[in-house]
Ligand binder design. Structure first.
Ligand code: HEC
Length: 257
């Protein structure tokens, strides 16, 4: 074998070895459950009815631990809540405001322009019950994790499984194969029938997980629908423009021949 052949042979072998290595690594990770979300794809839209139910799940369950400080009550009108509903919803919260003329902070009823009220006053208080780790803000969680929607869905429905033999429990954590490392500080947040849906939908863990993920997807990317719509309009415009240019080109060259 001459030198360059030998070199490329070695390169090929190491490439194959490398790809086998990553393959093995990928296989050792738990595969996420894949859901056919209505918001997936170029024509995807947010299922507003599901997102409204998801808001209820967030409000009644997740909001006990997780803040969502990028969303204001008035944003909920985008999900189909009426301005009156949003107003009374906001008013059911107490919001810290101030200082007033005498320099004191005070509490008042929430307004539609207020942001969601966080369950804890600060990061330390939030982490106190969880080995010092505060539950993360959920406003952008779907975008902050790889394959976010399927990940959060898998996580929420991933409790209660038998851990593998090599599993080493850590004090204060719960087994969930979808959480990196398998030990999560969040106890299983959902159980069947935990919320009462007004539209009669059965509140199974699976259903509540889908709904809350749809809500969180909307929260993370409220502009998604208008962005996709704009993309489609641009494509239509380009198609028509291409047609015009083609006709113009043919006419021009006909004269020149
Ligand atoms: C009892 C408090 C509590 C409740 C209720 C709760 N969580 Fe959590 N959650 C936590 C804690 C604590 C963590 C941090 C876990 C960790 O890092 O080990 C967490 C982490 C998470 C994460 C991030 C996981 C990651 O990859 O870092 C997501 C997503 C999440 N929770 C979603 C939810 C949703 C959705 C609900 C409502 C259905 C909910 N949680 C209800 C305490 C809670």
């Amino acid at each position: 074998m001459n030198k360059s052949v030998k070199k490329s042979f070695l390169a090929a072998v190491s490439l194959i070895a490398l790809s086998m290595g990553t393959q093995a690594f990928a296989n050792s990770e738990v595969k996420l459950k894949k859901i056919d979300w209505q918001f997936d794809g170029v024509f995807g839209t947010v299922d507003k009815v599901s997102a409204q139910r998801g808001y209820q799940v967030y409000k009644e369950v997740c909001a006990a631990c997780h803040s969502m400080n990028r969303i204001a009550f008035r944003n909920l009108t985008e999900l189909g809540f009426s301005p009156a509903e949003v107003k009374s919803l906001a008013a059911s919260y107490k919001v810290k405001d101030g200082p007033n003329d005498s320099g004191d902070m005070f509490e008042r009823d929430g307004l539609p322009s207020d942001y969601f009220v966080a369950p804890f006053p600060n990061e330390q208080a939030a982490g106190a019950g969880f080995n010092g780790k505060a539950p993360p803000d959920l406003s952008l969680i779907i975008k902050a994790r790889h394959d976010g929607a399927n990940y959060v869905y898998s996580l929420l429905t991933g409790y209660g499984q038998t851990p593998p033999e090599h599993y080493a429990p850590i004090e204060g954590t719960h087994y969930n194969p979808y959480f990196p490392g398998g030990n999560i500080l969040m106890p299983a947040p959902l159980s069947d029938g935990q919320v009462g849906y007004a539209d009669g939908t059965k509140a199974s863990v699976d259903q509540m997980s889908k709904d809350v993920v749809t809500f969180l997807q909307w929260a993370a990317e409220p502009e998604m629908e208008s962005r996709k719509e704009m993309g489609i309009k641009v494509l239509i415009y380009l198609a028509i423009f291409t047609g015009f240019m083609y006709v113009a080109k043919r006419n021009l060259w006909k004269k020149l021949h």
